[in-house]
Design a protein around this ligand. Structure first.
Ligand SMILES: Nc1ncnc2c1ncn2[C@@H]1O[C@H](COP(=O)(O)OP(=O)(O)O)[C@@H](O)[C@H]1O
Ligand SMILES: [Mg+2]
Length: 377
């Protein structure tokens, strides 16, 4: 642990308080900020005043160390600070355009959409991209992947890494997977994540799905407020961790049919407003035939726009890539000089190939965002 992040580096925090805090899962100065005074008092049993004093000291300590911004700053300082925020390329032109370069650190990016729209593929792709060098658009960092649906697949990571000329073994080594078995466990993983993030230079935290376990455990109208409260806690924690540790965070969210919507797309993200108000960026993924549409729904500074992407062996890909690959392999196949591997690659992605022939996808983009009809699959 970095020397001055130790709890006992704070004035007035002795071995007893340090013990009390670490027993409650608060391991360093960053964790104090992430949890905040109310929670610190709750989990340690200390007086609220004391907790407030400690958290304030922690904040001061981090401001002095240049690790977090001070309370009063000029807009130009914020502007300068924002320029130093890390961005992770998505590895595609289309989504990099949508994200204006890539997904940001110190922010929570929520991706929501129906089953099979590519949320998990996106999470896998970003887990590889964050490991790229800074010159290549990555952050040379590792990943904490919270898998709540048992859909993390190392095989996909290997394929994506290979497609980007990266060493698959190294890429796998830099992804720490935490399988969450229930919503309380999911929260606990995040509460305990501080030291893991720090020691492993984690630059991306994935929660796939952020909402699924909460949804499964809290059924029925009567439990809705408890569910939202717990989910709220998780999502806030995630976003505070992203800010404090300068990481990017991705939370995926399912959609459900909302019978009260008569016009437009009758699907709404399950987390509802709780997730929406916390995420800094919200992206809606939508199936459109074999292709996918990504729409920036809510962002403090991006225009609301849409792009088309595709899913392939390389994870999230540009639709042109699929087209190019198809043309290349068709040519090679006819001259019968194709290498086995390349032919195989296309054989494995018959779905994606088919998309090239789907002109109606282009038409969807012209439609006003509110009028997007669900595509029949
Ligand atoms: N190896 C692969 N090659 C091409 N496409 C794939 C591959 N693996 C998964 N996909 C695509 O990803 C889709 C599933 O996306 P996924 O990210 O799991 O959806 P969800 O939004 O439910 O998490 C599949 O329907 C398929 O189109
Ligand atoms: Mg998924």
């Amino acid at each position: 642990m970095v020397e001055d992040l130790r709890l006992d580096s704070l004035e007035g925090v002795g071995p007893v308080t340090t013990r009390k805090l670490s027993d409650a899962g608060v391991h360093n100065v960053m964790d104090l900020i992430v949890r905040g005074p109310v929670e610190i008092a709750e989990i340690t049993g200390m007086e609220k005043d004391t907790a407030e004093k400690i958290v304030n000291k922690a904040r001061q300590h981090l401001v002095e160390g240049g690790l977090i911004a001070k309370d009063f700053v000029s807009a130009s300082e914020i502007y300068k600070y924002r320029q130093s925020i890390g961005k992770i390329t998505t590895g595609t032109n289309c989504l990099d355009t949508l994200f204006d370069g890539g997904i940001e650190t110190q922010a929570l990016t929520e991706v929501y959409g129906e089953f099979g729209c590519g949320k998990t593929q996106f999470a896998h792709t970003m887990s590889v991209m964050v490991q790229k060098t800074k010159e290549e658009g990555g952050l040379e960092g590792s990943v904490l992947y919270i898998d709540t649906e048992n859909t993390f697949r190392p095989e996909r990571i290997v394929a994506i890494a290979q497609a980007h000329d990266m060493d698959p073994e190294k890429v796998l080594d830099n992804i720490i997977v935490a399988r969450a078995y229930n919503s309380a466990h999911q929260v606990l993983i995040l509460e305990e994540a501080g030291p893991v993030i720090e020691e492993n230079n984690v630059k991306l935290i994935v929660a796939d799905s952020a909402v699924g376990l909460f949804r499964a455990e809290y059924l029925g109208r009567g439990t809705l407020s408890v569910r939202q409260q717990k989910l709220n806690h998780f999502v806030h924690l995630l976003s505070r961790i992203a800010e404090t540790y300068n990481c990017a965070a991705i939370a995926t969210n399912q959609v459900m049919a909302s019978p009260d919507v008569f016009f437009g797309d009758p699907t709404r993200p399950i987390g509802g407003n709780v997730v929406a108000h916390t995420s800094t960026y919200r992206i809606y993924f939508k199936k459109s035939g074999k292709k996918r549409i990504a729409r920036m729904v809510d962002s403090p500074h991006h225009p609301e726009e849409e792009v088309i992407f595709a899913l392939g062996e390389a994870g999230i890909v540009d639709p042109e890539e699929v087209e190019k690959k198809k043309r290349k392999t068709t040519k090679k196949a006819t001259t019968k000089k194709a290498k086995d591997t390349e032919v195989e690659a296309t054989v494995e992605t018959p779905e994606v190939e088919a998309t090239v022939e789907t002109p109606e996808v282009e038409a969807t983009v012209e439609i006003e965002s509110d009028d997007l009809d669900p595509v029949e699959e």
